[in-house]
Design a protein around this ligand. Structure first.
Ligand SMILES: *[C@@H]1O[C@H](CO)[C@@H](O)[C@H](O)[C@H]1NC(C)=O
Ligand SMILES: *[C@@H]1O[C@H](CO)[C@@H](O)[C@H](O)[C@H]1NC(C)=O
Ligand SMILES: *[C@@H]1O[C@H](CO)[C@@H](O)[C@H](O)[C@H]1NC(C)=O
Ligand SMILES: *[C@@H]1O[C@H](CO)[C@@H](O)[C@H](O)[C@H]1NC(C)=O
Ligand SMILES: *[C@@H]1O[C@H](CO)[C@@H](O)[C@H](O)[C@H]1NC(C)=O
Ligand SMILES: *[C@@H]1O[C@H](CO)[C@@H](O)[C@H](O)[C@H]1NC(C)=O
Ligand SMILES: *[C@@H]1O[C@H](CO)[C@@H](O)[C@H](O)[C@H]1NC(C)=O
Ligand SMILES: *[C@@H]1O[C@H](CO)[C@@H](O)[C@H](O)[C@H]1NC(C)=O
Length: 561
C-alpha cells in the first residue's frame, strides 16, 4: 500500500509542475485520489479476509482487501495463508450474503469467487482507497422502492453495525451492485454515503478496495411484492421509532428547516401519465368543498404535486407542513412517511383493485404507533373506469394475450392478491383511468372526521403497551436467604424490582439432595413445615408474570449443628 501512495504522490507532484493555479492542483488531486492508479494488486501482498455475523438471521459481513471484476459482476476473494475467515460455518455461507432487503428475492446476493494470488484476475486492477458498502438497489428510479427497500433498510443496517448513523455515513461509500444508473434519487442515496456512490458495473478494469461491507437487514420491511407468495403487508419487526428517526435524519441531511404547519393545506398527488383522474375539475371542487365543510374556519389550499416536476427536497418539505394528503395509488404515496402526527392519507384506487393487497401506505399506517389516519376509496363503478387494453403489456395492455385470456381479464371484476411481477390482470386493472364519482364524498368526509377524532395520546399509550408486552420480563428476586428452625424452613428474599400486580414467585427447594418441593407465593417469603429433619436446602426462585419469567435466583442453607 505504501508503494501505491508513493506512486500517486509522484504522479501528483509531476503533474503539478505543469499546473499553474490552485484549482488545477485540487482537481489533479481528485483525479488521483478518486480515480486512482492502475496497478498490479499482487505486488501489495494482497490477502483477503472476512468476518461475518448473523443479525436475527441476516448475514452481515465485513471484508478486507476484496476486488470486483465488473465484466463478470464477481467479487474476488484472494485466499492466501494470511487470510482470516471468521463467523462462517462453511463455504455455503459465502453464497448467502444478500445485498438487498427485498423479501424472498434470492437473486440479489453477493457473488464471490475464491482466487489465489496465482490467478491473473487481479492484474491491472485499480485500487480505490475507500470503505465500500454494497447495495443492490431494487428499483432505483421508483421513489417508493428507494425508501422502502433501500434507504430505510440501509439506515437500520447502519444503526446495527455502527451504533450511530453518522459513524457509518462518514466511513462508507455506497457501491451499487445493480446495473442501474445514478437515477433521479441519487441525492437521497448520497445522504448515506461518505463520497458519491459508485456504480460498480461502470468500471472497465477490476477495482480493489481495502474494506467492504455486505449484507442488508430486512426487518424494517413492511410490504412485500409477491416473490414466492402473494403480495401484501408484512408484520415489520422494527419499532416505529426507527422510522421516525429515519425521517428526522433525511430531513436534517437535506437541510430542510422546520416550518409552520399549514392546517388548511391539502396535498393532491396527481398522476399525469397513467392511472389518471379524468374529471379533475369536479374532483378538485369536491375536495375543496369537503375540506371547507370539515374545517370551516379556514380557506382550503389545494397543492397539486407531481414527482416528475418537483424535486424531492421540496416535496418532503411540503409533506412536513401539510396534514391532508389525497391521491391516486402510486409510488409518491411513500412520501406520507414524512407527515406529522394526526395527518390523514386518503388513497384512491382504480376499479377492481383492493387496498388490502396493494397499498404499501395502508400497511405503513397500520404499524403500531404510526400516527397517521388512513382511508381509501375504490372506484366501484365500471362505467367510470377507462382501461387501456391497447397499451404495452407493462402498462396494462392485453392485446398480446390469447383471446380467452383477454376475455377472462375483462370478466374479472376484482383483482386478488397476485405474485410478482407481470400479472396481466393486475396490470390491466391497475392502469385504468378513473372518473371520480360522488360516492367519494361521504368516504372523504368520514376520513376528515376520523382525523378530528385522532388522539396522539391514545396512539402513544397503545404503542407503549405493545412495547411492554413484547419486552417486559420480571427482574430476579435478590438477597435470597434461608434458615432452619426445628421442622420449619424459612426463606426470604427481596422482591423483584419491577414487580407488577400479577407477579408470583415460583420456588423449588431441594432438601438433602433428594426431596424436591415446589411452591408458589405472591409474597417475598416462605415458611414450610417439613415432615422430617432436613440438614441442607438449596432454593431456586423465579419471578413469574403471565407468560414471562425472570432468571433464577439461588441460595443454599444448612442447619446449624
Ligand atoms: C504480508 O501480509 C501479512 C499479513 O497480512 C504479513 O504477516 C506478512 O509478513 C506480509 N508479507 C510481506 C512479504 O510483506
Ligand atoms: C400482524 O400481526 C397481527 C398481530 O399479531 C396479526 O393480527 C396480523 O394478522 C399480522 N399481519 C400480517 C400481515 O401478518
Ligand atoms: C427476527 O426475525 C424473525 C423472523 O424473521 C421475526 O419474526 C422477528 O420479529 C425478528 N425479531 C426482531 C427483533 O427483529
Ligand atoms: C387481499 O384483499 C382481500 C380483501 O381485503 C383479503 O381478503 C385478502 O386476504 C388479501 N390478500 C392478501 C394476500 O393480503
Ligand atoms: C355508474 O356511473 C354511471 C355514469 O355516471 C351512472 O349512470 C350509474 O348510475 C353509476 N352506477 C352506479 C351503481 O352508481
Ligand atoms: C442485598 O445484598 C447486597 C449485597 O449482595 C447488600 O449490599 C444489600 O444491602 C442487601 N439488601 C438488603 C435489603 O438486605
Ligand atoms: C449432597 O451432595 C453433595 C455432593 O453431591 C455432598 O457433598 C453432600 O454431602 C450431600 N448432602 C447430603 C445431606 O446428603
Ligand atoms: C407449621 O407448624 C406450626 C407449629 O406446629 C403451626 O402453628 C403452623 O400453622 C404450621 N404451618 C403450616 C404452614 O402448616
Amino acid at each position: 500500500m505504501v508503494k501505491v501512495h508513493y506512486v500517486i504522490a509522484v504522479a501528483i507532484v509531476a503533474s503539478c509542475v505543469a499546473c499553474i493555479n490552485f484549482s488545477c492542483i485540487i482537481s489533479l488531486f481528485y483525479k488521483y485520489i478518486n480515480r486512482h492508479e492502475i496497478i498490479d494488486i499482487r505486488q501489495l501482498n494482497w490477502t483477503s479476509s472476512v468476518r461475518c455475523s448473523l443479525s436475527n438471521g441476516t448475514r452481515l459481513c465485513s471484508f478486507k482487501n476484496v476486488c470486483y471484476l465488473p465484466k463478470k459482476h464477481l467479487f474476488l476473494f484472494t485466499l492466501t495463508e494470511h487470510s482470516v475467515l471468521l463467523g462462517l460455518s462453511s463455504k455455503e455461507d459465502l453464497k448467502t450474503i444478500y445485498l438487498s432487503s427485498v423479501v424472498n428475492h434470492n437473486l440479489m446476493s453477493m457473488k464471490i469467487a475464491i482466487v489465489s494470488n496465482e490467478n491473473k484476475v487481479t492484474e491491472n486492477a485499480m485500487f480505490i482507497d475507500q470503505s465500500l458498502f454494497l447495495l443492490w438497489r431494487f428499483k432505483w428510479d421508483n421513489i417508493m422502492h428507494v425508501f422502502h427497500d433501500d434507504l430505510i433498510p440501509l439506515f437500520l443496517t447502519y444503526l446495527d453495525i455502527c451504533g450511530e448513523i453518522s459513524r457509518c455515513t462518514s466511513k462508507y461509500t455506497l457501491g451499487f451492485v445493480d446495473r442501474g444508473e445514478g437515477g433521479p434519487y441519487h441525492e437521497l442515496y448520497s445522504l448515506f454515503s461518505n463520497q458519491q456512490p459508485l456504480l460498480l458495473h461502470k468500471y472497465t478494469n477490476t477495482v480493489c478496495f481495502p474494506e467492504l461491507h455486505s449484507g442488508v437487514l430486512s426487518s424494517s420491511v413492511w410490504f412485500q411484492y409477491g416473490f414466492g407468495q402473494t403480495q401484501g403487508p408484512v408484520n415489520t419487526s422494527v419499532p416505529i421509532e426507527i422510522l421516525h428517526q429515519f425521517k428526522d435524519y433525511v430531513v436534517h441531511r437535506l437541510g430542510i428547516s422546520k416550518k409552520l404547519v399549514n392546517n388548511n393545506a391539502v396535498i393532491f398527488l396527481n398522476r399525469k401519465l397513467n392511472r389518471k383522474i379524468l374529471n379533475l375539475e369536479y374532483f378538485t371542487s369536491i375536495l375543496y368543498n369537503t375540506v371547507k365543510e370539515a374545517y370551516p374556519s379556514s380557506e382550503p389550499k389545494i397543492i397539486e404535486l407531481d414527482l416528475t416536476t418537483h424535486n424531492i427536497a421540496l416535496l418532503i418539505e411540503v409533506f412536513l407542513t401539510s396534514k391532508i394528503v389525497v391521491g391516486m395509488h402510486g409510488s409518491a404515496m411513500i412520501l406520507c412517511l414524512f407527515l406529522i402526527p394526526g395527518s390523514v392519507v386518503f388513497e384512491l384506487l382504480p376499479f377492481g383493485i383492493q387496498p388490502e393487497n396493494v397499498s404499501f401506505i395502508k400497511a405503513f399506517t397500520e404499524i403500531t404507533g404510526s400516527e397517521i389516519v388512513y382511508r381509501s376509496w375504490v372506484n366501484c363503478n365500471e362505467t367510470l373506469s377507462f382501461a387501456h387494453p391497447e397499451a404495452p403489456p407493462l402498462l396494462g395492455g392485453i392485446y398480446h394475450l390469447p383471446k380467452a385470456k383477454q376475455e377472462f381479464i375483462l370478466n374479472t371484476k376484482i383483482v386478488p392478491a397476485v405474485e410478482c411481477c407481470h400479472d396481466p390482470l393486475y396490470l390491466f386493472r391497475m392502469f385504468q383511468d378513473t372518473e371520480v364519482g360522488s360516492d367519494f364524498i361521504p368516504r372523504f368526509q368520514e376520513a376528515l372526521l376520523a382525523q378530528q377524532l385522532f388522539s396522539k395520546e391514545t396512539v402513544k399509550t397503545t404503542y407503549l403497551n405493545k412495547l411492554f408486552s413484547s419486552w417486559y420480563f420480571p427482574a430476579p428476586a435478590t438477597n435470597v436467604s434461608c434458615t432452619f428452625q426445628h421442622q420449619t424452613l424459612t426463606a426470604m428474599w427481596q422482591p423483584s424490582i419491577n414487580a407488577i400486580d400479577s407477579l408470583i414467585y415460583d420456588i423449588s427447594i431441594l432438601l438433602d439432595n433428594n426431596t424436591i418441593l415446589s411452591k408458589f407465593t405472591p409474597y417475598p417469603n416462605l415458611k414450610i413445615n417439613l415432615s422430617y429433619t432436613a440438614y441442607t436446602a438449596e432454593i431456586w426462585i423465579k419471578a413469574v408474570s403471565f407468560d414471562s419469567e425472570s432468571l433464577d435466583s439461588h441460595s443454599k442453607c444448612q442447619r446449624k449443628i
